[in-house]
Write a protein that binds this ligand. Structure first.
Ligand code: SF4
Ligand code: SF4
Length: 1003
């Protein structure tokens, strides 16, 4: 038996090692086909530290506590028990042999035995989790929907068998030593000795034979694993054990943070694209504006695809997937990986040597519908809200958002193939400097009703040296009715607190966020360069913004334009003012109405910038507020559906993201849904109006910005006794801010629609939701188009192939030619019911016992937490209600038609104008809220050309239109191209990410 064991073990090892070496070489060759990745090797010390922290500490895995713990057992077991496999090679030669030197040391034996048990527990637990959450019962609600099940089963089985063999060998070693009369056996076999006694009665010869046999089995099982993964280099569930180390080391942010916040610029030949250098670009460089082919991804992108473990954490949190859209970040990664490994090895190979399938793979369009045999369906690409949940969840640091937006860039800048609705915002941004195409002259309208002067740079102050803050109003804050109320509230609060600030007025243009997230990097750069120039001229250093998208863009993306800004969100600044005692919340009185409040985290404030606590702390000091969290909150908050320029796109697939989120907010029983972003406010207001019209939400419920709630709570100054009471309540409320686990979902079937969703990412699944088949090279000829199949006809016939040229930068500050008067309210409510409170409070010094979030918050503010030393103002006046209450009353009167787009509260009526487009509807008019001014810019009455356009000539949506409308209004919308799209709403219910506590990330 010994000879057989030696021959079999060595032979299979030789084969396995040879195949593994070839597999590694093949994998490296594929990854090296990617483009250069910039900035991936800086700050090496931090990268090493982060890699060890994330791998050895499992810090990202532990977002799902118990699964993270169990995976750590298996991970540690894999590393440590590999040495036990090595020991088996000695045992096939001599049954009494152990690992040289350390084999009989207790410092090796004890951990080996402990980890064997922990690995066994871990793998059994993970097998149970996979079965409990199998798509056969949960359908697409299962995070494993679309994963390759045979691979997972194979890996689980191998680990189980290796551990089993390890235990058997340990017990045989014990039994043999016992037969030889050895002492201290329980000391050397502390956790297996009781099993070793089972071999009592066997002769030593028999036990030696068993050792040879089991050691051989252990080696054969291990080498079978190695051979299998060597033959399947797209088997991420196994390969991530090796590739994850590299993927984490080379992650975008060397400080260990996730690839969120700002987007990376387009790199051409290793240099960031700069509009001013566009003339220097060569013709072939224009094809590098984004990712149009899989080889256009950087090598890090391909390493990302390679590393995906198919765990589905990203999928479980994705708002698109949870509302039955075809986008799953996991399936996206799997589809790109399969295509990369099918195409890149044969790229450049002599055509005569290729099979028909290989030729087909070479010619597949990266973006294309099923008919065009595209790798990624356009509906997948454009469903993304850039919410970042996938990036935040991914345990191996895959950078989904960057990849998605890189592909969007190519579709917009090179293919000119994008959802028709984006035409409007591109036009508005280019011509008017805002996505709605509103007259820039109206940017100061929001300030007209305030009873104090709002200083405007260039009018009231020369530059920002004269005031402390630039109040960045933002396009929504200037033009959107509900957002304007937030703008007014923040201005009032700053004025009340004695904070000096100024606004840019019509000198402000969009930050460019919607353009960049929609893939239009050229328009983004135009706007950013223009704003950066204004910042430099007016000496802007400190910026406060009410819009989470503006906040993110200014904070994280403007440094590349030469401006270093200190950017804070208004909730951060207001929180600081409350802490400093410059804003004093009133104490609740007997008359104070208790309101239940919940808070929706804007993705671009929370996940993208980790601002979670300041808004919550503000809500905790609002008089009479009873705070409650939604199940999905903070890091795992659910998107409102407006990010990634989705605010301006129709949501025709699946159910509505904003409604899903609104239902969750309503279910908390909250009277007020607090937000910190105008986009969120629009989306949740829309959702609330719909639910109220259906009778599914109380009419009293309202959506308000945190600033409005605070304003209503600080207008009456409290007495000393009241202050003490409010502080006590604040402390109690702060401590009550806590998350809860997500809801549950019932069993579901895998429908054809679900399969179609998976197919949109080139993933085939069976009736149980398990992925079937192999990488695309194994795709059936029955479904594959001919080798010479033409890519997406709808794209090629209707869109020009020429790249969009950028030749000049427009000056969007020129507004003189816009004749229309600003929109005015013909009737208003009493918006300033109470006198402002003078800031008289003097806070104590910061307490040393601040928690981590407070310290982080105070880092830029250098102030202490809210504490019991808030000193009341003497200026007591009667309490006031939010102006939104009147809105709620109007709704409560029952005279609201959800389709009514006029504002019952202010009856905003856009003034007639020949050239001024109305604010476009963001969503289905049937679901528009009462307060939103609606009406898409009339395509038959294009936005008036102004001086800027004449100078512009860049990206020129109009250039595109002049040749062939990229996605013409006549053309079928992208969603129509998805055969599964229309029926997706029939799929599994929305919102539930998993049905058991174990499946939920830690709150
Ligand atoms: S960014 Fe959000 S919407 Fe986009 S794929 Fe990731 S989770 Fe889904
Ligand atoms: S992308 Fe990340 S989170 Fe999503 S399945 Fe792959 S490894 Fe898991």
């Amino acid at each position: 038996m010994r000879v057989v064991a030696i021959v079999v073990s060595l032979a299979i090892t030789a084969v396995a090692v040879a195949l593994a070496v070839k597999a590694v070489k093949d994998m490296v060759a594929v990854i090296r086909k990617g483009q250069p990745a910039i900035g991936r090797t800086d700050n090496k010390g931090a990268r090493w530290a982060n890699m060890f922290k994330e791998t050895l500490g499992h810090t990202r895995m532990l977002q799902w506590t118990w699964i993270g713990v169990m995976h750590w057992f298996v991970f540690a077991g894999f590393i440590f028990l590999s040495s036990m496999v090595l020991g088996a090679y000695f045992q096939i030669f001599d049954a009494h042999q152990a690992l040289p030197i350390i084999g009989h040391w207790v410092i090796w034996e004890w951990p080996a035995e402990l980890l064997s048990w922990l690995t066994l527990i871990g793998i059994v637990y993970l097998i149970a989790v996979r079965q409990k959450n199998h798509p056969r019962s949960l359908g697409r609600k299962s995070r494993f929907f679309g994963s390759t099940f045979w691979q997972a089963y194979f890996v689980e089985t191998i680990i189980f068998l290796v551990v089993l063999c390890g235990f058997t060998l340990r017990t045989l070693e014990y039994a043999m030593e016992k037969a030889h009369g050895a002492d201290d056996l329980t000391f050397h076999y502390p956790m297996t000795f009781f099993l070793g006694d089972l071999w009592d009665g066997l002769s030593v010869d028999t036990m030696e034979t068993l050792v040879y046999t089991i050691a051989m089995i252990k080696i054969v099982v291990s080498m079978t694993w190695l051979i299998t993964i060597a033959r399947n280099i797209t088997m991420g569930v196994a390969w991530h054990r090796f590739t994850a180390w590299f993927n984490i080391w080379f992650k975008r942010e060397s400080d260990g943070s996730t690839a969120l916040g700002g987007l990376e610029p387009i790199y051409i030949k290793g240099k960031a694209l700069d509009l001013e250098d566009m003339d220097d670009l060569e013709e072939e460089d224009f094809a590098k504006l984004g990712v149009g082919k899989v080889e256009d991804f950087t090598w890090k992108g391909i390493l990302d695809f390679t590393t995906c473990t198919e765990c589905g954490r990203c999928q479980s949190q994705c708002p698109a997937w949870n509302t039955e859209k075809p986008l799953s970040p996991k399936l996206l990664m799997m589809g790109l990986r399969d295509h990369a490994y099918a195409k890149l090895p044969i790229l450049g190979q002599d055509e005569d040597t290729l099979t028909d399938e290989q030729k087909t793979e070479l010619e597949r369009p990266l973006i294309g519908n099923a008919e065009a045999y595209g790798v990624i369906d356009p509906d997948v690409l454009w469903s993304c809200t850039n919410c970042g949940a996938c990036v935040q969840q991914c345990p191996v640091d895959i950078e989904h958002v960057d990849h998605i937006d890189d592909m969007r860039r190519f579709q917009v800048l090179v293919e000119s193939n994008f959802p028709a609705e984006l035409n409007n915002i591109f036009k508005g941004l280019e011509r008017k400097g805002n996505p709605w195409g509103m007259d820039p002259k109206g940017r100061m309208d929001w300030a007209k009703k305030l009873d104090f002067e709002v200083k405007q740079v260039g009018v009231d102050v020369e530059d920002l040296d004269e005031v402390e803050w630039l109040f960045w109003v933002g396009c929504a804050g200037a033009f959107e009715d509900r957002a304007k109320k937030t703008t007014q509230a923040v201005a009032e609060l700053l004025d009340m607190a004695g904070v000096t600030f100024a606004v840019l007025g019509d000198g402000e243009t969009c930050t460019g966020d919607p353009a960049r997230r929609a893939g239009n990097e050229i328009v983004f750069q135009q706007l950013a360069m223009q704003n950066a120039e204004v910042f430099k001229e007016t000496k802007v250093k400190k910026v406060v913004s009410t819009c989470a998208h503006c906040f993110n863009t200014l904070k994280n993306e403007y440094a590349e334009f030469g401006v270093e800004l200190e950017v804070v969100h208004h909730t951060q600044l207001l929180n600081r003012l409350v802490r400093e005692g410059k804003l004093t919340p009133v104490a609740p009185t007997a008359e104070t109405e208790t309101k239940k409040i919940t808070y929706h985290d804007p993705c671009f404030l929370g996940r993208h910038n980790q601002v979670y606590e300041p808004p919550r702390e503000l809500l905790s000091v609002i008089p009479g507020a009873e705070f409650t969290e939604m199940p999905r909150n903070s890091e795992k908050s659910f998107c409102c559906g407006a990010g990634g320029a989705r605010m301006w796109m129709e949501e025709t697939l699946g159910s509505r993201i904003n409604v899903n989120r609104t239902e969750e907010a309503i279910a908390t029983g909250a009277d007020q849904i607090a937000v910190g972003c105008p986009f969120c406010r629009v989306m949740l207001s829309d959702g609330l109006t719909l639910k109220q019209s259906e009778g599914a939400a109380r009419e009293e419920v309202e959506v308000l910005d945190v600033a409005q709630m605070l304003l209503a709570g600080v207008k009456r100054a409290p007495s000393a006794e009241e202050t003490a009471a409010v502080v006590a309540e604040a402390e109690a409320a702060t401590s009550s801010v806590a998350g809860a686990s997500s809801g549950s979902g019932g069993p579901d079937e895998v429908t054809d629609i679900d399969k179609a969703a998976a197919a949109a990412s080139n993933i085939d699944v069976d009736d149980a939701g398990s992925r079937t088949g192999d990488a695309p090279e194994a795709r059936s000829d029955d479904n594959a188009p001919a080798a010479d199949a033409t890519p997406d006809d709808s794209a090629t016939e209707e869109t020009p192939a020429e790249p969009v040229e950028a030749t000049a930068t427009s000056d969007q500050s020129a507004t003189d030619e816009t004749p229309a008067e600003p929109v005015e309210a013909t009737a208003t409510t009493d918006e300033t019911p109470a006198e402002p409170v003078e800031a008289t409070a003097t806070p104590d010094e910061p307490a040393d016992d601040r928690d981590a979030s407070e310290k982080e918050q105070a880092a830029w503010a250098n102030v202490g937490p809210v504490n019991a030393d808030l000193t009341p103002s003497d200026d007591a006046s009667t309490g006031s209600t939010s102006e939104e209450s009147s809105s709620a009353s109007a709704k409560a009167s029952g005279d609201k038609d959800p389709g009514d787009t006029t504002d019952p509260e202010t009856e905003l009526v856009p003034e007639e104008s020949d050239d001024e487009p109305e604010l476009p509807a963001t969503k289905d008019p049937d679901e528009m809220p009462a307060e939103t001014v609606t009406g898409a810019p009339d395509e038959t009455e294009p936005v008036e050309e102004d001086a800027r356009e004449e100078e512009a000539g860049i990206i020129a949506v109009e250039d595109v239109e002049s040749t062939a409308d990229p996605v013409s209004e006549d053309a079928a919308p992208l969603s129509d191209a998805n055969p599964s799209g229309a029926d997706l709403s029939k799929a599994a219910g929305a919102g539930d990410t998993a049905d058991d506590e174990d499946e939920q990330p830690k709150s």
